[in-house]
Design a protein around this ligand. Structure first.
Ligand code: SAH
Length: 365
């Protein structure tokens, strides 16, 4: 790019009101109602050429001055077991991210990435191994949803921000993405059907609560006390469990939305009966108001083994013992079904493998 050239507008990052403002000025000089048309076309993955209800001169001006940041499909793995689709997307600057499309009885759920890499350093996670490269823009996160819907020919009804990256470490673009994807003139995915998952950045949890977006907050807890949590999650040194629980309690009191706690079971680290009892005691004592335990849910996740971590999945029978122990102490938990076990559906692994060039051609679809 020449120094004098103005960068193109990342138009997929703009809400209809912002598009209206953009096109009211030079070189477009267009009425505001065109914004809704443009926004709606973009949400369906249509390029400027295909925006058939716009005047040709406007399409041409958009083409000259704007960029559509839709990711390209670099690879796609389809599970022979359950049809789960894992996308490896290539961004405009060549970086790779992942998204996973899962089919449930109630519709399709897409798991999206929020950053290229991650700097949170959780020991069991593939996404954080080589740190954070950069944040995704809201347009790139939205692009994952649009590209997956287009490719699979489906409508996504639920979104989980549980792919590569820490959404609350990319706060502004995450919030912008939530506004874009839920907008009625666009994909219109209800905020109630979107989960924002975090390793526990307490000030950002409070900031999100203040925005009063009715999303589901998912807390990656993975431990029953500070010693256990700090052993695998460095974020715990900055925001220990007591502070995290206090933010979670306030989240519920502010928003009325039930919190979901994720607990990945790691053999010999956090999966003993003592851990289960401590976890139940923690949740029933800290997530409490007016003599009642607040509505919450625990998801037990069998660890996806990641090379070089030395950490391994808890055996199935011990997962069941852990679940029953929790239940006996007043906390209901669901054991997460492993989707796409044959396609490395745990986010971050495909990108890492691809960058190291380890994956064999035989695994390709
Ligand atoms: N950074 C966010 C969202 C991305 S991780 C967060 O921490 O919540 C999405 C979920 O996958 C988190 O609960 C994370 O702890 C979990 N996870 C990461 N690596 C895993 C692995 N190897 N096996 C099982 N779950 C894993």
């Amino acid at each position: 790019m020449k120094m004098s050239e103005t960068p193109k507008t990342d138009i997929m990052r703009l809400l209809p009101d912002e598009i209206a403002e953009l096109i009211s000025g030079e070189p477009y000089s267009q009425p505001a109602y065109r914004a809704k048309q443009i926004f709606s076309w973009l949400s369906r993955g249509v390029g400027f050429d295909g925006m058939s209800n716009l005047p040709k001169s406007l399409r041409e001006a958009l083409y000259q001055n704007c960029i559509i940041k839709l990711p390209a499909i670099a690879d796609k793995l389809v599970s022979a077991v359950d049809g789960t689709v894992k996308y490896l997307f290539r961004l405009h600057d060549g970086h790779l991210i992942e998204a996973v499309l899962m089919s449930y009885e109630h519709g399709y759920t897409l798991c999206v990435s929020s950053q290229v890499g991650c700097r949170m350093g959780c020991r069991f996670c593939a996404s954080t191994k080589s740190g954070r490269v950069r944040n995704l823009s809201a347009s790139e996160i939205l692009g994952e949803v649009i590209a997956a819907c287009l490719d699979a020919g489906v409508r996504v009804s639920n979104i989980v921000m549980m792919g590569i990256g820490e959404p609350l470490d990319n706060f502004d673009e995450t919030v912008r993405f939530l506004r874009l994807v839920s907008h009625p003139d666009g994909l219109s995915v209800g905020l109630r059907h979107i989960s924002v998952s975090t390793c526990g950045i307490v000030p950002r949890i409070r900031e999100l609560a203040a925005l009063e977006l009715p999303v589901t907050l998912s807390i990656s807890l993975h431990a029953s006390d500070d010693a256990e949590r700090s052993a695998t999650m460095p974020i715990n040194d900055a925001y220990p469990i007591e502070e995290l629980m206090s933010a979670c309690r306030d989240w519920f009191l502010d928003t009325g939305r039930r919190i979901s706690f994720e607990y990945t079971l790691i053999s010999g680290k956090n999966d003993s009966a003592a851990s289960a009892r401590r976890l139940a005691a923690l949740l029933t004592s800290r997530m409490r108001d007016g003599g009642h335990t607040l509505p919450l849910h625990v998801n037990l996740i069998p660890l996806n083994d990641v090379a070089d971590t030395g950490l391994h999945r808890t055996a199935a029978q011990n997962v069941e013992i852990f679940r029953k122990t929790l239940a006996a102490h007043g906390v209901n938990a669901t054991v997460r079904r492993r989707l796409g076990p044959d396609i490395e559906a745990a986010c971050g692994q495909l990108r890492i493998d691809r960058e190291r060039g380890e994956r064999t051609e035989g695994e390709r679809i």
